[in-house]
Design a protein around this ligand. Structure first.
Ligand code: AMP
Length: 311
């Protein structure tokens, strides 16, 4: 199989970030932004659907296009761009949302350009589950539909969320969300419960503790790449999802083997993301850095041959 187009739908934002290292204002952010930046490092055709206000610099979109991202699906509306203000703890282990201003994102109703409708790979970023389904109504039989969601929708829109789950192939969420969605603490049991609700495949992200894939081939684990310097975890999950889908779209097929390879690629993207403030590091790297990190990752998990049981 050969490389296939990937459609990404989600938020595009300005973030204000209070980090232990300082305060950063008007940083380019949003789930779709991080996912597209990560995916574009490996996939040749990445299409973004999102919304920005009239305050959003054209240069940000031009930068995405310079990386091969198609931004024709980014709507420009009258008003201000979505803004999020987050404050991290000194050890970066937790964060607080200080302020969320939906602005033009409040009325976002994703319109999929006709040229995008047949995208074989689709990543539905964290938006209202009803809107995620709306996107699928406008798409024609994708090979793989992956989605993200968050506690807000799990608590407030259980029916819409259930309808969304029935229509996707892969759900990518964190461990807290998996527990909340299933009502089960044990992650293996939680995964089985969630997979009964629709998605055949589930990825549970566990931050610095790696990620687990649950699919018909079994359970698979990828560690997080151990880093000496972590600057900003914002967008790591979205970079992970973008890297995952980007890899699968580039390979053009979804098998247990390509899924497992994609998880390494995804984890590598998450690791790059946290090395810079906002998307700075993701924007700076190219194929050489990527190849080096993939090679380091392979060494990280190289067990030196087959495991033997001595004696
Ligand atoms: P993550 O760290 O992976 O959760 O992603 C953080 C990004 O998500 C930031 O760039 C924010 O702009 C964006 N974001 C924060 N809150 C929301 C929300 N309610 N809906 C969509 N995107 C959001």
């Amino acid at each position: 199989m050969s490389t296939q187009p990937l459609l990404i739908v989600g938020s595009i934002a300005f973030d204000d970030l209070d980090m232990p290292s300082g305060q950063y204002r008007d940083v380019l952010g949003g789930a779709a932004t991080y996912s597209a930046l990560a995916a574009s490092l490996v996939a040749r055709s990445v299409r973004v659907v999102g919304i920005v206000g009239d305050d959003f610099p054209e240069q940000h979109l031009a930068d995405l296009r310079a990386r091969g991202v198609d931004t024709a699906g980014v709507e420009r509306a009258k008003g201000r761009t979505f803004r999020w203000h987050g404050r991290y703890s000194a050890d970066l282990a937790s964060r607080q949302s200080i302020d969320t201003q939906l602005n033009v994102f409040a009325d976002f109703s994703p319109k999929i350009p006709p040229a995008y409708a047949s995208s074989p790979f689709v990543l539905l970023g964290n938006i209202h589950p009803r809107l995620q389904v709306d996107v699928l109504e406008q798409a024609s039989k994708p090979t793989l539909v992956a989605a993200d969601t968050m506690n807000f929708w799990i608590e407030r829109e259980p029916a819409a969320l259930a309808a969304m789950l029935e229509r996707i192939d892969l759900l990518v969420i964190n461990d807290e969300e998996a527990r909340q969605l299933s009502g089960v603490h044990n992650l293996v049991r939680a995964a089985a419960d969630i997979r009964r609700r629709g998605p055949k495949m589930l990825i549970v992200k566990r931050g610095e503790f790696g990620a687990l894939l649950f699919d018909d081939a079994g359970t698979f684990f990828v560690p997080a790449y151990p880093l000496e310097d972590v600057l900003d975890p914002t967008g790591a999950g979205d970079s992970f999802a973008g890297g995952l889908l980007g890899y699968l779209a580039a390979r053009g097929e979804v098998t247990p083997a390509t899924m497992r390879q994609a998880l390494f690629f995804a984890a590598a993207m998450g690791s790059f993301c946290v090395e810079g403030i906002g998307p700075a590091r993701l924007q700076a790297i190219g194929r050489p850095e990527l190849a080096a990190r993939i090679a380091s990752f392979a060494r990280l998990v190289d067990r030196g041959g087959e495991l033997v049981l001595p004696g």
